[in-house]
Design a protein around this ligand. Sequence first.
Ligand SMILES: Nc1nc2c(ncn2[C@@H]2O[C@H](COP(=O)(O)OP(=O)(O)O)[C@@H](O)[C@H]2O)c(=O)[nH]1
Ligand SMILES: [Mg+2]
Length: 387
Amino acid sequence: MPSESQLPAGDSPIDDQAFLDATADARSRYGRFNLAIIGASGVGKSSLVNAVFGRDWAEVGKGLPVTRGVQYYHDDSLGIWDVEGFEIGSQVAPAEQLRANLKKIAEYPADRQISVVWYCVKANDDRLTPADIAMIRELDAEGLPVILVLTKVDWGKSVVPGKRSVPKGVEQFVEWLENPVDGSGQPIHIPYQRVILTSTSDKHGKGSGFGLGDLVAETLALSPEDEKDAFRIAQRLNLPWKREMARPVITGAAGLAAAAAATPIPVADSVALAPIQLGMMGRIATIYDLEMKTMMSAGAIAQLGVQFTGQALARSFIKLIPGAGSVIGASVAFALTAATGEAWMRLCEHVHTGKLDLAKVSQSWGDYAPSFLDVMRKMAEQKVGKR
Ligand SMILES: Nc1nc2c(ncn2[C@@H]2O[C@H](COP(=O)(O)OP(=O)(O)O)[C@@H](O)[C@H]2O)c(=O)[nH]1
Ligand SMILES: [Mg+2]
């Protein structure tokens, strides 16, 4: 008999269709989040996309602009309208160029329509230009929520230990934004929703960036209700959001498994629970956006899921569970499914954060599969919960 970690996929009595169906269903239900990023070439738009979403569609340019005009990049959960400010030297005013571009974008299908705009300017510019203001007004007139993102903030060490400070000039820019006035000192209205100070690296191209957590929090707050989940999936900075989405999926599946085992299932027939567990795992994989990883096909991830459930069953040593005997009852089914879900969530999280390389996952997935103890713990939690 082959060892557990070498189970050939072909020997599995469980097929991966439940996993594939669940991912397809979850993907279409969660939909896509569309963001427009507007700003002059070189302000750091592509670097922001990279840092927040982990996509490097628009390669980070070194001095030369890599994007031109308007471009749309997308995958399942995310669409980016990359809008390169305006054409210098054009006869057409920037706000009018933008209006024309927004009109073009509006002709695309609903799953490409902009939800939130990041209007990017370099933090060391000392104020917004009249063209910037006109463009922000144009966006507002179209009903689009605008986050004004000040980029490439040169964060320095502060005299207060552990705190960071921004250069004086940036402070003055922010003060001006709080009460903006025109050249003659007259107050003006600039209809942006928030200002966020960001950087994706220090001036040596190192470090993990600043302000990005605020940026994702504000973006989520401004997103339409029915696109918040897509945004939570697309972004990769806030893991608690993903866990919050995955937990009810796990509890729901565990409840379904308990119901399926209301009449205890003989251990030999325990594959009956597999579709429920694979469905759960497919949805969790979607929440962690594992499909966007190109190193592993959807089918290969599904096979991994199949092996994972098989191992969970094998490892839980059902016969050792007090009172279980040779059948799986509701509470064992619940605990087994819940423990499998938690373990799978951990694996997905590690792949998502790069701690676990999907290309090498076939050597280490066994380390993640739930143990007998995990299942026992879930049974205990369930009893406590019922009291
Ligand atoms: N120091 C610093 N450099 C940055 C930052 N963000 C981007 N850059 C650099 O600025 C240049 C332009 O960035 P890019 O993201 O391509 O700008 P885009 O043209 O707006 O897409 C690249 O060389 C980046 O490495 C930042 O926060 N700090
Ligand atoms: Mg770019």
